[in-house]
Ligand binder design. Structure first.
Ligand SMILES: Nc1ncnc2c1ncn2[C@@H]1O[C@H](COP(=O)(O)OP(=O)(O)OP(=O)(O)O)[C@@H](O)[C@H]1O
Ligand SMILES: [Mg+2]
Length: 327
């Protein structure tokens, strides 16, 4: 499959139509695989279809502003592109806001939530900090704009990397299990009902066509399906190289030990053989990629989105446009 034409597996129809029907999308995966890059491209692609999209970041050292070419993204919602808004959710602030909503009176909320002991207490409640962020992101799906339409059509949560992402997605369920009836529980119930409904929500798992990420992704998808029982909509295979070699050429080059030895680049520097050394290294990478792609296809029964490896344009506004057009 040439990476310039992203495969959409066995999913019918256009990707943007299919995903754009959902109100809340989780983007998750192992650290550094391209979650934020993909979230930005998807947000731009959905906005091009007329959707109002909020990208919610979870209290991270954000790189989305660099990817979209905007000012740094803070804890207030700000416009970042035509039809796209972003916020970097601060759990402390979200918790205070939540307290204000629940308790209605700002001064009381501040007294309760700014208190050092209360904060320590909340930190000790498992998942409450995660819920502050996830709950706030979900809350934005319930807001109605001045025109009577939802303020945002789609909320895209750029979730924390694998382990923490799973913990975060599990929180509403934990609240349902342990918290007595009340406002907190009511919101968690509503959020959980949305997250479990594949017509309204779903998870997009991002991975790379490499050995370790592929293995971890197989385990992650399995954990989401069996343990969380939340709908997974797509597997996003990011940064796929367009193969330069046929499988036969690849295998032959990848067996050339002398070209692949540690000293090969220095030894051949400035000679014609250096091209062969570069080729052999590329062949090994393509071999690992082909094997990883085959494993992902075999082990994960999900429609795939394939995005190409970008060289100069990665993490730029131009790169985001390129990727968004492929969606
Ligand atoms: N398609 C691509 N082609 C080339 N480079 C890419 C591609 N996608 C992402 N990258 C690069 O990979 C790195 C990680 O990307 P990104 O920040 O989107 O990952 P992430 O999963 O959000 O990471 P984190 O877990 O740290 O939040 C960045 O340097 C980015 O430029
Ligand atoms: Mg990220």
């Amino acid at each position: 499959m040439p990476p310039s034409s992203p495969s959409q597996g066995h999913a019918p129809g256009r990707l943007v139509d299919d995903l754009g029907r959902r109100r809340f999308l989780f983007v998750t995966g192992k650290g550094g695989v391209g979650k934020t890059t993909f979230a930005a491209a998807l947000a731009v692609a959905l906005a091009r279809e007329g959707k109002r999209v909020l990208v919610a970041l979870c209290n991270t050292k954000e790189r989305l502003s660099a990817i979209l070419g905007t000012k740094p993204i803070g804890d207030e919602i700000m416009p970042v592109a035509e039809g796209v808004w972003a916020v970097n959710i601060s759990p402390d602030k979200a918790l205070t806001e939540y307290g204000e909503m629940v308790l209605k009176v700002r001064s009381v909320a501040h007294a309760v939530f700014d208190n050092r002991y209360t904060k320590t207490f909340f930190r000790a409640v498992p998942g409450l900090y995660e819920w502050a962020m996830l709950g706030k992101a979900w809350f934005h799906t319930t807001e109605i704009g001045p025109d009577g339409r939802p303020r945002f059509d789609v909320v895209l949560l750029d979730a924390p990397a694998t382990g923490h992402g799973l913990d975060m997605m599990r929180v509403p369920k934990v609240i349902l299990d342990v918290v007595p009836p009340g406002v907190l529980r009511r919101d968690a119930e509503e959020a959980w009902a949305m997250f479990r409904d594949p017509a309204r929500s779903g998870i997009l798992v991002v991975t790379l066509p490499e050995e370790m990420p592929a293995q971890e992704t197989i385990e992650l998808v399995d954990a989401i399906k069996t343990d969380l029982t939340l709908p997974v909509l797509r597997l996003v295979v990011n940064a796929v190289l367009a193969p330069l070699f046929s499988p036969e050429e690849r295998d032959r080059l990848a067996q050339e030990a002398s070209l692949l030895s540690m000293d090969a680049p220095d030894r051949t520097n400035g000679t014609a053989e250096s091209a062969l050394v570069a080729g052999a290294r590329r062949a090994v990478r393509e071999k690992v990629q082909a094997e990883s792609l085959a494993r992902l296809k075999q082990e994960i029964d999900l429609p795939q989105i394939t995005l190409p490896h970008l060289f100069d344009e990665a993490s730029t506004v131009e790169g985001t446009k390129i990727l968004s057009r492929l969606l």
